[in-house]
Design a protein around this ligand. Structure first.
Ligand SMILES: Nc1ncnc2c1ncn2[C@@H]1O[C@H](COP(=O)(O)OP(=O)(O)OP(=O)(O)O)[C@@H](O)[C@H]1O
Ligand SMILES: [Mg+2]
Length: 220
């Protein structure tokens, strides 16, 4: 279980371009559930998810994992926590160019003290589950937007994280790819993973066990 308590983020504090992107947001994502964040563009979804996943330091508030306050730890410890426990699917996908789909899926392993080649079969399995077997050795620029998005989903899962944070994972996909990804999330849910998703997509929001609606940085 991961819980955000009164998270606030002020960008560029004290400067002319100061933005209070998130204000006192509370979110609770339970194990074995899909928790959805919805709201209009600019309402603070990415900012909030980045704080929950320890990619961004909150201005105020805390994040509890199984009731333990992880915001109190050092940056180094937070990086280790993130690496071991959190899989991210970024809104802008962020695959590495010049690497093929398989290599992209295995990149998170480079931060771990393990031989990535020992994870080749799990990576191939993930690509298969996401319908990408015939694109395994294609470089990023040879993949469609929807295929890239599915590679990004596979990459988030290679380290077998307990917590999955997916920011608009259906942005670039067609209906068939969307179904592959939503089926995949349903499987993860059955495995007891904690899944937090931001979405505009009705088919994904429909899967959610709990939905939080944001408006102007606050929970509506
Ligand atoms: N690094 C930054 N510096 C300054 N302001 C930022 C920064 N990142 C985001 N913002 C501002 O914070 C607000 C929330 O942005 P955020 O990306 O969290 O929204 P979002 O809900 O994810 O939007 P979208 O649906 O378009 O992805 C926006 O007004 C944005 O301009
Ligand atoms: Mg966003």
């Amino acid at each position: 279980m991961i819980e955000a308590i009164d998270l606030t983020k002020i960008y560029n504090r004290g400067k002319k371009n100061q933005v209070e992107a998130v204000t006192d947001a509370c979110v609770k994502a339970e194990d074995g559930e899909i928790t959805a964040l919805v709201g209009p563009s600019g309402c603070g979804k990415t900012t909030l998810m980045s704080m929950i996943g320890q990619l961004l330091t909150p201005t105020k508030g805390k994040v509890l994992v199984n009731n333990e306050d992880i915001t109190a730890y050092s940056d180094g410890w937070k990086a280790i926590f993130r690496r071991k426990n959190v899989g991210f699917v970024f809104q802008h996908i962020n695959l590495l160019p010049n690497l093929n789909a398989l290599e992209n899926v295995m990149t998170p392993l480079l931060c771990h003290d393990i031989d990535p080649t020992s994870y080749k079969q799990p990576a191939l399995n993930l690509l298969k589950q996401l319908g990408l077997t015939d694109r395994t050795f294609f470089e990023v620029e040879q993949l469609s937007g929807g295929q890239q998005q599915r590679v990004a989903v596979a990459r988030a899962l290679i380290t077998e994280p307990k917590i999955i944070i997916a920011d608009e994972p259906l942005t670039f996909v067609d209906e068939a790819s969307a179904k592959t990804i939503t089926d995949f999330f349903e499987e993860l849910k059955k495995e007891g993973k904690t899944i937090l998703i931001s979405t505009h997509a009705a088919n994904l929001a429909k899967l959610a066990d709990k939905t939080y609606e944001m408006r102007n940085g606050r929970m509506a």
